[in-house]
Design a protein around this ligand. Structure first.
Ligand code: PEP
Ligand code: MN
Length: 337
C-alpha cells in the first residue's frame, strides 16, 4: 500500500500515520517525493480497508498495490485454469461455444434448438428453468419440468447442460440435471449462494453483475474458490451505463483485464450485453478477437414468440453463419473452436 501525505502534513500527523500502520501490522518505509512524503506500507492484507488510513489527518491519498483477491489472482496461480467437463475443456486452447434459448419453453423447443447447437459443433446447451425476470408478471421458467427437458435434449445430442441457479434451495435439484451452474448477473453478489456453490465441486459460470467492477466480480469468484470449488469461469455480459441504444454496454476490455489479473477463463455473452439481435454478431466477433475463452449465445427458431429475450435471439441460420465467421477470427488470433 502506498500512502501519499499532504504537502502540509505536520511531523506529528506523519508520526500518527506511521504509528497506525505499524499497529495494523505493516512495515513502513518512507521516501521523499517531489512535493510530499510518500510512505510504503509492506504486508499482504487483502481485506485491509484502506479508508482506515485515508481518513487520518495529513493523508492525501492511499493506493492499494496488491489485489484484494488471492485465490482468483494470477500471482497466486500463474497458469491458466482449465476446467474439464467430460470431453469439453474450458480455458484450454479451444474456444468453447455455449448456445441455446434464453428460457426452456417446452420439450419440443429445447429439443429443436439442441439439434441446432449440436449441428453447429457446439458442445454446451444453455436454457433457463428458473428465470430472473425484472417483472414478476413475466414468464418465470418451467422449473424442474424444464430441467428434465433440457437434460433429455442434451443427452440426445451429446451436449453438456448449463442452467441458472438463483437460490440456495435450487442447488441440489439443478445439480441433478446440469453439468454447469450459471450464477446470473443479479446474483453475482449473493454471497450466501456463492458460498454454497463453493461447497460443491460442480463447474460454475459466474456472470458479471450489472454494475460490478471487475474487482468486485473477481471477489465474488474468490467466494466460490475459497469454499473449495476451483471449477470457476467468468462471463462478461455487459454492464449498465448511460447508453440507451443497447440493453447494456458490452465491456470488451474486461476480457484482457481478467486474463491479466486472474487465471480464470472468461467468456463473453454478446446476447445480454447488447440485447438486440443485429448487434450480437459484431460483438461476438470482437469477443473472439479480444481473446475470450468462450461465448454464450441465445438462439430461437421463433424469436417473435419467445417467452423471454426474443429480440436478442439469433435465428438458427444466423447463429450457424456467425459460428463459421468466428472460426475464421479464432484462427487469426491463434485459437480454434
Ligand atoms: C441469462 O443468461 O439468461 C441471464 C438471465 O443472464 P444475466 O444474468 O446475464 O442477465
Ligand atoms: Mn436471456
Amino acid at each position: 500500500m502506498v500512502i501519499v501525505l499532504e504537502q502540509t502534513a505536520t511531523d506529528e500527523q506523519i508520526q500518527n500515520v506511521i504509528r497506525h500502520l505499524e499497529e495494523y501490522g505493516f512495515e513502513v518505509h518512507s521516501s521523499k517525493g517531489v512535493q510530499s512524503l510518500v510512505l510504503g506500507a509492506i504486508g499482504v492484507k487483502p481485506d485491509f480497508d484502506t479508508r482506515k488510513i485515508k481518513v487520518l489527518q495529513g493523508v492525501a491519498d492511499v493506493y492499494r498495490v496488491t489485489a484484494p483477491f488471492k485465490l482468483a489472482s494470477r500471482n497466486f496461480h500463474p497458469e491458466n485454469t482449465k476446467i474439464k467437463i467430460k470431453d469439453v475443456e474450458i480455458g484450454g486452447d479451444k474456444i468453447v461455444m455455449i448456445a441455446g434459448p434464453c428460457s426452456i419453453e417446452s420439450d419440443e423447443q429445447v429439443f429443436k434448438l439442441a439439434e441446432t447447437v449440436a449441428k453447429s459443433g457446439a458442445k454446451i446447451l444453455r436454457g433457463g428453468a428458473f428465470k430472473p425476470r425484472t417483472s414478476p408478471y413475466s414468464f418465470q421458467g418451467l422449473g424442474e419440468e424444464g430441467l428434465k427437458y433440457i437434460r433429455a435434449a442434451a443427452d440426445e445430442f451429446g451436449l453438456l447442460v448449463i442452467t441458472e441457479v438463483m437460490q440456495i434451495s435450487q442447488i441440489d435439484l439443478i445439480a441433478k440435471y446440469a453439468d454447469i451452474f450459471q450464477v446470473g448477473a443479479r446474483n453475482m453478489q449473493n454471497f450466501s449462494l456463492l458460498k454454497e456453490i463453493g461447497a460443491t465441486d460442480k463447474p460454475v459460470m459466474l456472470k458479471r453483475g450489472l454494475s460490478a467492477t471487475i474487482e468486485e466480480w473477481l471477489m465474488s469468484a474468490e467466494y466460490i474458490l475459497a469454499g473449495g470449488n476451483s471449477n470457476v469461469f467468468l462471463c462478461e455480459r455487459g454492464i449498465r451505463t448511460f447508453e440507451k441504444y443497447t440493453r447494456n454496454t458490452f465491456d470488451l476490455s474486461a476480457i484482457p483485464i481478467v486474463h491479466k489479473k486472474s487465471h480464470l477463463p472468461v467468456f463473453a455473452d454478446p446476447s445480454h450485453a447488447t440485447g438486440i439481435r443485429d448487434q450480437v454478431p459484431p460483438m461476438a466477433r470482437a469477443a473472439v478477437a479480444a481473446g475470450a475463452d468462450g461465448l454464450m449465445i441465445e438462439i430461437h427458431y421463433d424469436p417473435e414468440h419467445a417467452l423471454s429475450d426474443g429480440p436478442q435471439a439469433l435465428l438458427p441460420e444466423e447463429y450457424i453463419r456467425l459460428y463459421d465467421e468466428l472460426k475464421l477470427i479464432a484462427k487469426a488470433v491463434g485459437k480454434s473452436f
